[in-house]
Structures are given as C-alpha cells and as structure tokens.
Design a protein around this ligand. Sequence first.
Ligand code: ASP
Length: 704
Amino acid sequence: MKQVYQLITFALLSLFATSQVHSDEGMYPISEIARLNLSQKGLQLTALELFNPNETCLIDGICRVNGCTGSFVSPQGLIITNHHCAYRAIQSASSTKNDYLKDGFQAKTKATEIPAAGYTVRVTESFTDVSKQVLSVVNADMSFVERSKAISRKRKLIEKRAEEENPGIRAEVAEMFTGKTYVLFLYTYIKDVRLVFAPPSSIGNFGGDVDNWEWPRHTGDFSFMRAYVAPDGSTADYSPDNVPYQPKRFIQVAPQGANESDYVMLLGYPGRTARHKTSSFLSFEQDVRLPYIVDLYGRQIETMEKAGELDRAVALTLLSRIKSLANTEKRSRGQLKGLTRKQIVAKRSAEEQKLQAFIDADPVRKAKYGQLLDNINSVYQTLSETAVEEANFQNLRSTSQLLRLAFTIYDGAHERQKPDLERESAYMDRNFSQTISRLKMIQKDLNLNVDQALLAQLIDQMKNDKMEVPALDGLVLEDLYKQTKLKDPTFLQTCLNQTPEQLKANSDPFIQLIVKLYPQYLELRESSKARDGQLGLYYGELITLKQQFLDTDFVPDANGTLRLTFGTVRGYSPEDAVYKSPATTLSGVVAKTTGIAPFITPEKVLEMSEKREFGPYMHPKLKDIPIAILYDTDTTGGNSGSPILNGKGELVGVNFDRAFEATINDFAWNTEYSRSIGVDIRYVLWITDKVYGAKHLIKEMGLN
Ligand code: ASP
C-alpha cells in the first residue's frame, strides 16, 4: 500500500486542552489518548503505541466496515467484525440452494471468498482541524438557509480538494461540535471486500430480536471478511486479480480472552449520540420521534415477517431490512423507557435553568445569549408541530423501495445538472457510482407484493393523520405495481440516463408519482437546511457557553469518527434486588435452546457441548466455553464490530450490543446502567476452529 501523505496536526488537541475533560463522557477522539492516563487504569502500552501520528501504531489495525467497525487480524487483510455487520453480504450471497444465513459460510481458500457488494472498508490515516476554513464562509447577515448551504459547500470543497491531492484516499469533513468544530479526516478507502466466514444465524443471531439489546446474552455475533486492493496496492473495485490488502498493522488475537474485573478498551467508529442537545430536543425525541418510529417500524416488521414466513426465497430478500428495522425499533423502545425512568428530560432541564441563571448574571452575557435557550426550544416546538406529517411524507420513499428508486433517479437527474459542489452529496461525482450501486442492490431485492403492502399501509396512516397529499388521491396501487418496469435492470439504466424533461415524459407510474411529489420534497429539503443552519448557529454558541459555565471541556458527540473508550468487565444491577454478572457460558446456550427460532442451536454445538470438547478454549474457572461478556465502556451503534482489547492491545472479544438500559446512552451516559456486550474471543475461536474446522483462519491469525 502506498504510504499515505500524513496530514496529522495536533490542532484537535487545542479544542480540549484548556482543562479537565467532562467525566461523564467516554468516547474520546484519538487525539485525546495521551491525556487519559490510561496506564493508571490498566493499559500496558504507552499512549504512543496506541496512537502515534508519525509511526505505525495500534489504531492502524482498526477499520470501519460500512457503518460498523472491524479489526485487521492478520497481515493479509483478514477482518473480524460482527455477524450482523456482514449480514447484508451473507444475505446477498444466499439463495434457497446455498442458504448461508441459515447454514453459515466458510471459504476454504481465498479464491472462494464471496464479494460483498456495497461494502467498503476505511482506515483512518490522518485528521486536521479545518474549523476556521469552514466557518470563514459564514457571516452574521446570512439567512439560516444560506448559512447551512455555505457550510455544506465549503465542506464539500475541502473534501474534493483533499481527494484530488491524495488520489485513492477518501476525505470527509466531520462536524465534531455542531456549528463550531470541523475536522478533515483522510481514509484509506477499500472497495473490494469479501466474505470469508460466517457462522449460521442460529449462532450469529442466536436469540434474534427477543434477546437483542438484552443481557444475559448467548449470541456468537461475529464473522470474518477480507479487504482487497489492486496488485499495485491502490484501491480498486472488485476484480479477481486483486490481492489481499496488507494493513500497516494488525491486531493480535489473544485466545485467553478477558475475565471479570479486567481492564478493556474499545476502538471504533461510534455513529451518533446526542449528549450536548437541549431538554427540548429530548422532549421531542420522547414525545414525537421515538413513539413514531416504534409504531411505524413495528407495523412494517410484522408485514415483512408475514411475507417471509411461508417462502424462504421471499424471506431472503427481506431479512436484512427486517433486522435493521427491528434493531432500531427495539432500541427506540429502550430509549423511551430509559428517558422516563431516569427522568433524563427533567435533569437536563434543571441543568439548563442553572445555565440560564449564569447567563442572566452578567449583563454582557445576557445581552448576547439571554434568548439562546428559548431560541433553541422554539425550533423544536415548531418542528414538533409538523414532524409527524413530515416523517410520513419522508417515509414514503424509504417504505416503498420503488419510490426510493424513482426518487433517486429523478432527484439525481436534477442535481446532476448543477455544478458538482452545488449538488446533494449523493450525486457528486465522487459519490455517484456508489449511489448507483446502492440502487442496484435495492432493485435486486425488490419484492413488489411486500412493497405494495407497505406503501398501502403508510398511505392509510397518512389518511388517518388527515394529511392531504393530492398526488396520492385516487391512486390504484395494483395498477401502479402492474405497470411499473423499475424492476428491470435495463429500464433502470435507461432512466438513469434521462434528463428531468425526459423523465417527466416517462410513462412509468412510479416516476410519474415522484414527478408530482417532488416539489414538496424540495420544500422539505429547504426547510430542513434552514433548521440545520439555525440549530448549527445556536448549538455552536451553547457549547461555548457551557464550556465557560462549567469550566470544563467536552468530548464531542459520536459522529462516525474514530474513538477510544475504556472500562472494566463488570456486571450491573438493572433494578432493585437484581444483579447480573458479566459472563455467559455454553451451558447457558444449551439451556436456552428450545428448538424453536430464534433459540435453535446447531446439532454439532450441542453434541460437542455434551461431550465437553472444548479444546484450549475453556474458561479456566467457569470450566465451560465463555460466550459473551459485559463491560462498562461507552459505546453506541457503529461500535458494532469494535475490538475489545486487553491492556496489551490484544483482541479478547468483539463488541456487538448494549444492555436494554444502556440504549439511553445515546442521550446520557452513566456508569450505573451503561453496559456494552461483546462476544468472547474463546467462543469465536471455538466455533471457527473446533466446530467448523476453519483451521486455516486460526493459523492465519498466528494462533496454534
Ligand atoms: N447492536 C448495536 C447496533 O447495532 C450496537 C450498539 O448500538 O451498541 O446498533
């Protein structure tokens, strides 16, 4: 791999370097590692061995796999991540004849590894604070929409230039603190990713949605993938000539695992948290958005599950979507429960009252910020009034995959006529081929009956909500679904080549429907940009104020960039008189097995458990195979697949979930209830090595 130009600066440090870091936060940007005194907590490496901007270090072994995290565990680009992270790839490769979701998959040789279409792998190479550059384009006279557009344009420009200067590299300007801090990340970007090994879903998804977001847990949620590059080391689309990527560093797997009270740390790409948002935002989540999601997704999951029940071929087109909706639906329920039980809104509101008193105590501050909290609150108030209607309307094109296709085609035709930097990001030259391959994947899994049922449901819902959308009046859905040709790949390609005018004359009923709905989508896009501009400005001020008020620094909310979190393997007490210990065992899997999904266990696992064929993977004290562990790190979605590392930086497990109470983490972290869940490496190795005999992978990881 060509050595990437290192743009590292320590500018990010200056964002946090004034005083102590707020102790409630635990997803540290890697620039912070040196300040954390991790050796006192149990780290046996130096901070520089963990992260060194000038030399190879541990973080070079961590990658982002689509929205998840992975670790390179061999010099040959072998990646360990979660089964649920590879799920889409496993589903795509499965058919009723080769049902890898049901039976698992193992490539005995590299040549039989299966391309995972739509998957990319990124490795963080460098980061630079570009806040000044980004914010140089805004001024006090701008409207909120202008502000939002100017910032977005500047971010795109910086990204584009960085990619031109560093061919093959992916650039992204991440917003660290809303409206205030921006950092340019450069990534090695790998587009040929393949599936290497996946256990059957009865292991990788044992317990299914019943056990999802729960502890105790008995899921072997892991899989192996591999990253490939062109023979000259450059990034390339899939080709049989590509060769395994050689990471600068790989993470050593430690078969001894981690036990209660051990220090652990996770590196990964946590997606989104909202800990710096106001109580009015939290009220909006609690009263409007989360209940809406629970309701909508609940119905959609039921419809899709029914459709898949009788026909495995149908199920194989829907499972990944069902899984993802079910994950969000249950997390949202957890969050709703946590918000009320822990009185998160009231607590944040009390903090804001103190902040208001601080503002009011100083006439200069009062003149400048006196209205700030009220201003933010009124944005959410306005949003609440229209949110359900907006959500229904926006969800039309995520609920119906045909509408999604039609929308992207039509929107793309408009956007592609604009200069590159003025386009919505999906249609920029640097992103467009990915957008098209996503469309093709959607098309491949299209199921017209299910699509129709889901769309009909949502339209009914809109009627119940008394929404007036003239374009939907009198639609006969059966006719639309009979007439559409969007399922045909050649037709899709034709549409993608058409101009907006040609599309207006296109007779496909879904294109026609989108042509009618489009002006309303554009209005919503503008209003959401105005809102972003407004909130961006206000939240930028709020963070500055809070830093003054609390005389402390904050760690930015998770935003999909590389972070470190650390903690200890430990149990917890979710409610009065209940204590849950932090390790589960194979005996627990057997005890939970009923033979009815999702509690089915492969015969071989049961037999080997019965005969106690544990090999070297037995837990010395429990005298059993350890399955999952629980620890008090600070994680969120995106940390799925994160390595659980011991003090020496060796991999002892793979993170995949949180306890139900910890779903509230996304709004407020607390050591009492925040617990993450990972699969113990001993279970991973036992399944891979002893149960499915993939000795070559064990060897490749340098074990045995
Ligand atoms: N299982 C989780 C997810 O998929 C990971 C987490 O949020 O902790 O989002």
